[in-house]
Design a binder for this molecule. Structure first.
Ligand code: SF4
Ligand SMILES: [Zn+2]
Ligand SMILES: [Zn+2]
Length: 381
């Protein structure tokens, strides 16, 4: 593989495949002194790099030739063109936490005295094992909120096994509570088997299942708020998708704070909406948070992925474009508010009592279709 080293700039060839830790050992570089980037993303020590990988290694402690921290002027570990700023590791962690602080205290749509989350509320955070949700859990705990985690086992082979392990370890190490719901054990199907049974896309089945379980667990356990790790890149891509199809109702509901509009529902919040994917990866690396770097193997069918790639092209040419798109929309959100009539139509699902705009909720209908096609799975509890 080709390894690009900085300060001074040079290229080394290292035999692959090899884990990041092995590459660093081969080059005689102490791991804590560098950040390793593969395809533009920060990667952790266990990340496996292929024979043809192109890797960049950036010193954390540079010789002084590189950018310096905007706060303390010591050598910077990360630059963010969007903010036209660079930070040392201490001040980068501060920067990320202060962006979450700002999201919580000044979220669009809230009054001057209202907060996305208040200190007397119990928060449930949906964790996937990926960087965003685990970083958010870490940040909310650091800011002093009362936060428990929820992991939904989707039954996506080794990816789900590893994701569950990472979440459990995170909770154990910090002595915090993690709820777990295994789709197969509780509802009798996995994401792949549910997709096969219904003929729907895996992401369609998965998304509906997760949204339902998140709300259900939050309601059943008396949490007031459900937090998810959607970041700036996720929200900008969702916005672009909604705009391309002019889905007014979705646009009306695309907000960092979605109030509970009915019984058996909790408020949903996205405290990372001001932070990019790259910032979250860097935060995890700098805070020593172990996360699953690999992507879900079923992500191919996810249209959000293509929209993200399209926005990346624009962002590379004009840094800040994603933030402008999203924040500009949030400033104008009132223009779409009239399209949100969901609150008026909500009633309790006949089968599960969760909120729905019909008689039977979409999740119960999906489950019925799955169980009709998967009788053996239906026999499970
Ligand atoms: S990529 Fe699709 S199937 Fe995989 S976890 Fe995300 S929504 Fe679920
Ligand atoms: Zn600094
Ligand atoms: Zn239902």
């Amino acid at each position: 593989m080709r390894v690009h080293l900085r300060n001074p700039d040079r290229i080394e060839t290292v035999p692959g495949p090899a884990a990041v830790a092995e590459v660093l050992a081969h080059l005689d570089i102490p791991p804590h002194t560098v950040l390793v980037l593969h395809e533009g993303e920060l990667v952790t020590a266990e990340h496996l790099l292929g024979e043809d990988a192109e890797v960049e290694i950036r010193p954390v402690i540079s010789g002084g030739a590189g950018p310096t921290c905007v706060i303390c002027r010591s050598p910077a570990v990360i630059e963010e063109p969007r903010h036209r700023a660079a930070w040392c590791s201490v001040h980068f962690v501060d920067h990320v936490q202060s962006q979450v602080r700002k999201a919580i205290d000044q979220a669009p749509g809230l009054g001057a005295r209202e907060r996305m989350i208040s200190y007397d509320e119990r928060v449930l955070i949906a964790v996937s094992g990926g960087k965003d949700s685990l970083a958010l859990w870490d940040i909310l705990l650091a800011l002093g909120y009362r936060v428990d985690g929820l992991y939904v086992g989707l039954g996506i082979g080794g990816y789900s096994t590893r994701s569950g392990e990472v979440c459990r370890r995170f909770a154990e190490e910090r002595g915090v509570r993690l709820h777990e719901v295994d789709l197969a054990g509780v509802y009798g199907y996995t994401t792949p088997s549910g997709a096969q049974a219904t003929g729907r896309s895996a992401c369609g089945v998965c998304g509906l299942s997760k949204r339902y379980v998140f709300n259900r667990v939050a309601v059943d356990h008396g949490y007031e708020v459900l937090a998810t790790g959607h970041n700036l890149d996720d929200e900008a891509a969702t916005l672009l998708g909604n705009l391309l199809r002019w889905q007014d109702t979705f646009l009306a509901r695309q907000q960092p704070v979605l109030p509970a509009d009915g019984t058996n529902q909790v408020r949903k919040v996205k405290p990372l909406y001001r932070l990019s994917e790259r910032e979250m990866a860097a935060y995890c690396v700098l805070r020593g948070i172990d996360y699953v770097v690999e992507e879900c193997p079923l992500v191919e069918g996810n249209t959000g992925h293509e929209l993200k790639a399209a926005l990346d092209v624009i962002e590379a040419r004009s840094p800040g474009a994603k933030a402008q798109l999203l924040f500009g929309f949030l400033d104008r959100r009132e223009r779409f508010a009239a399209a949100d009539d969901r609150g008026e139509q909500l009633a309790a699902c006949e089968r599960c009592a969760m909120p729905t705009t019909g008689q039977v909720c979409a999740f119960c209908r999906q489950q019925e279709r799955i169980h009709a096609a998967l009788p053996l799975a239906a026999a499970q509890p």
